[in-house]
Structures are given as C-alpha cells and as structure tokens.
Design a protein around this ligand. Structure first.
Ligand code: AMP
Length: 422
C-alpha cells in the first residue's frame, strides 16, 4: 500500500529539518509577540465559501468536501484549504475581540487542497502563518513582512524577494472592477472559458489565471494604482516608508492572490531557487473578513501563510547537507552479551538524570553496536566490558572527537552523567 497521491511521510532522516523550522518559527513568533492558536483540520464547508470566495480556484476546484450524512449545506465539511478563515472563526466564536481589541496569533499545521501534485505542490501540505487582528496601522503590515523575512533568514535562506502590491479597499475596488470588466469584455473571445465565466461573477480573477493568453490580456488591463482612493494610497506609502531597505521589495501592481478576502496590502515571498512553484508564502490585509464571518463590526487585520514544504526546498538549496549536530547524548554498548544487563541499568540511570540515549536490543556484535551508535548520531559510546564491569567503570568514547588521545577514557559510573553533561 502507498500513501495517497499528493501526500508524503516524513521519515526520521528528515525530521530534523522540520523540527528546526518549527523551532525557528516558534522562537521568532514569540520574539514578535505572537501567541499560538490551533484549530480543527476540518470546518463547515460554508466557512471557506464565505471567506475564501465562491469564485476562487480553491473553492471551485480544490476543496476536499464530504457529507456528514445530512443534506443541508451546514452538514458538509471541508478539510481546511487554508487556515486564516478557521482562526477568525475561532476568534469570533470565543469572543476574543471582546477580551482585547488587538490580537497577534500564529499557527503551524496541515492544510489540504485537491491539486495536481508536482514538485512543491501537494494535497496535504503544511503551513505556518500569523494573523494580527484589530489594527489598520501600516506599521503592522511592515512588521509582518519583517517577521517573515527574519524567519527565512533564521533558516539560512538569504535569497528571496518580496513582491508587494495593493488591491485597494471596497471603495476604490468598485470603479477598478468596472474598468477591468469593460476592458476585458472587448477581448472576451480570446479569454479562456473559465475567465469568460468570471467576467460577470468576479472579473479580478483574470489576474490570477495561469493561461498564457489570459496573462497577456491581463497585462494590458487597467491597473489598481490608477484607482486607489486617498487613504489606500497613504497606507501604501506609509508601508513602503516603514519597510525601508530592510527587505528586498519589488512593487508589483498585478498581484491579486488567490483568495477574495484581501484588501489594501498584498504580498508574496518568492525564492529564485524553486522553479515553477516559487512562492514561499503570501499574505495581506483583510479589513472586511472579520465582519463578513459574523462579527458585529469591521475589524482591520493582516496576516500571512507560508508553505513549509517550499521553505524546506529553499533550505535544502541553501545548505544541502544536514548539520551534524548530535542527535542523542550516548549509546550504551555491551562488549559481551553478559554485560547487557549492566548496560541496561546504566542507560536507565543516565536517562533518569536527563540524558538522551539508547542501547542495542538485537543482541548484535560489538562492532555492529558501534556502527549503530554512529548511525544514530550519538555523541558518546558508553562501553561496558568485563574489566570495567568489575571496577564499576565504563569506557567512554567520544564519537565526534578527531583527536585520538582524548577519544577514549575510563570513567567511574558515578561520574558518568556529569561527564556527559547532565
Ligand atoms: P496561498 O494561501 O494559496 O497563497 O498559500 C500560501 C503558501 O502555501 C503558498 O505560497 C505556498 O508556499 C504554500 N502552498 C499553497 N498550496 C500548496 C500546495 N498545494 N502544496 C504545497 N504548498 C502549498
């Protein structure tokens, strides 16, 4: 049997990278004042229809939706294709905004989209992301971009770019949408069936279409910048001033992003090392979503979602070799089967003093035990032979030291934990 198409197992030889990424994300989110939130892997289907948008690719084609047995819409569930909507749903459900007007939250977890699998694109993938809810301050937009950049740099990814755009607000987007529709209609015959269909439903999706001809048409359509209202323009300028040159930013006025809920600031982090699927993550403001999902008033907010698999690919490109940090403190080795019980006692004692390690459970030879110690990344081999057993000592072998003279020493069992750094 195989894992389902578009999914994968994370085996122990790769887990170090995943954990390192999660540690850096958690550390930097804490440094920036973000608190963790966890929500279910599935939600009522209507949440995503309402938040992400009925005419988006995600909702039209990519959701794993299943019935619960009943017939009405509320009785359909969907594996979460993104995590912003669930976080906002949870904030509303638990009245968080009544407790505090401003929240900074982060999450790490799986998301699911029914896509054609390829490099960097899966059906179960993993995201980390943040949501800063309760402020329209452009300095907050800048802070989210700094945090994303710091995480990438913290992971050793130095080459990335931020594509930064704005898509205006409800006010300025309406005349923009009308202008785009008028212009696109004159080229209607050349548009793909999907975009023709979207002309009246959600014309801005044309900017998102991957078809060559639609991209060509899209490049000639009116640009949002010509339609921005004064407050949106001020917001964009204040953000750019706050960003300064701390991150490599490229302004891109055709950036729309695949979800409907964005307002004003939108951005995408890309890597030159990733080929076709070059987006490490994206984000933006969503000043209308909280109300849209049922809160009594508009609450301005901004967030980003980053793709963990893509970031791992960029990490691999930046530093192909796994760092050689020891994965456990010790490996207990019995010279002869007679000493296995003694080794077991020593191993147990060391663990109780906080050290990590294991021993052989397959009755293997001394040589094979030493091979295991190295393979498992143990820092020290704790070797027990007949003589040592009698003297209440062990031979301690430093598996990392290159210097032969300091490599091996006899150590009293009582002093072993201290020698191993407990
Ligand atoms: P989105 O909300 O669609 O912009 O997704 C945010 C980030 O998640 C993207 O920039 C990708 O890095 C990642 N991502 C989205 N879909 C997939 C997928 N099917 N497989 C792997 N990563 C994905």
């Amino acid at each position: 049997m195989k894992a389902p198409r578009g999914t994968f197992d994370i085996l122990p030889d790769r887990i170090g990278r995943w954990r390192r990424l999660e540690t850096v994300v958690r550390g930097l989110c804490a440094r920036y004042g973000y608190e963790e939130i966890r929500t279910p892997s599935f939600e009522e289907t209507s949440l995503f229809k309402r938040a992400v948008g009925d005419t988006t690719d995600i909702v039209e084609k990519q959701m794993f939706t299943f019935p619960t047995g009943g017939e009405t819409e509320e009785e359909f569930l969907t594996l979460r294709p993104e995590i912003t909507a669930p976080v906002i749903r949870a904030m509303i459900e638990h009245n968080l905004l009544k407790q505090r007007g401003f929240w900074k939250l982060f999450y790490i977890g799986p998301a699911f989209r029914k896509e054609r699998p390829q490099k960097g694109r899966f059906r179960q993938f993993h995201q980390f992301g943040i949501e800063a809810v309760g402020s329209a301050d452009p300095l907050l937009d800048a802070e989210t971009i700094f945090l994303f950049a710091d995480i990438l740099r913290g992971l050793g990814i130095a080459t990335f770019e931020v594509r930064l755009g704005t898509i205006g607000c409800r006010e300025c987007r309406k005349p923009f949408r009308d202008a785009v529709r008028d212009a696109a209609k004159s080229d209607e015959a050349r548009l793909c069936a999907n975009c023709r269909n979207r002309l009246d439903r959600n014309v801005l999706r044309i900017f998102d279409c991957k078809e060559e001809r639609c991209r060509e048409i899209a490049s000639g359509l009116p640009k949002i910048r010509e339609f921005l209202c004064r407050p949106c323009r001020d917001h964009d300028e204040a953000l750019k001033a706050a960003l300064g040159d701390r991150v490599p930013v490229r302004t891109d006025d055709t950036l729309v992003r695949g979800l409907d809920y964005y307002t004003r600031t939108v951005y995408e982090f890309t890597s030159p090392d990733l080929g076709a699927q070059d987006a490490l993550g994206g984000g933006g403001r969503y000043d209308n979503l909280v109300r849209e999902l049922g809160w009594s008033e508009d609450v301005p907010a901004i967030g980003f979602a980053a793709g963990i698999e893509r970031i791992l690919l960029a990490m691999d490109a930046a530093a192909p070799k796994e760092d050689a940090a020891a994965r456990m403190d010790f490996y207990g080795v019995a010279v002869k089967p007679d000493q296995r019980e003694t080794v077991f006692g020593i191993v147990d004692g060391l663990r109780r003093q906080g050290l990590s390690g294991t021993m052989d459970f397959e009755g293997r030879s001394l040589k094979a035990q030493m091979r295991s110690a190295n393979k498992l990344g143990a820092r020290f081999a704790v070797i027990v032979g007949e003589d040592e057993s009698r003297r209440q000592t062990v031979r301690l072998k430093d598996l990392r030291s290159k210097d032969d003279s300091s490599r091996e020493q006899e150590v009293k069992i009582d002093e072993l934990a201290q020698k191993l750094g407990a």
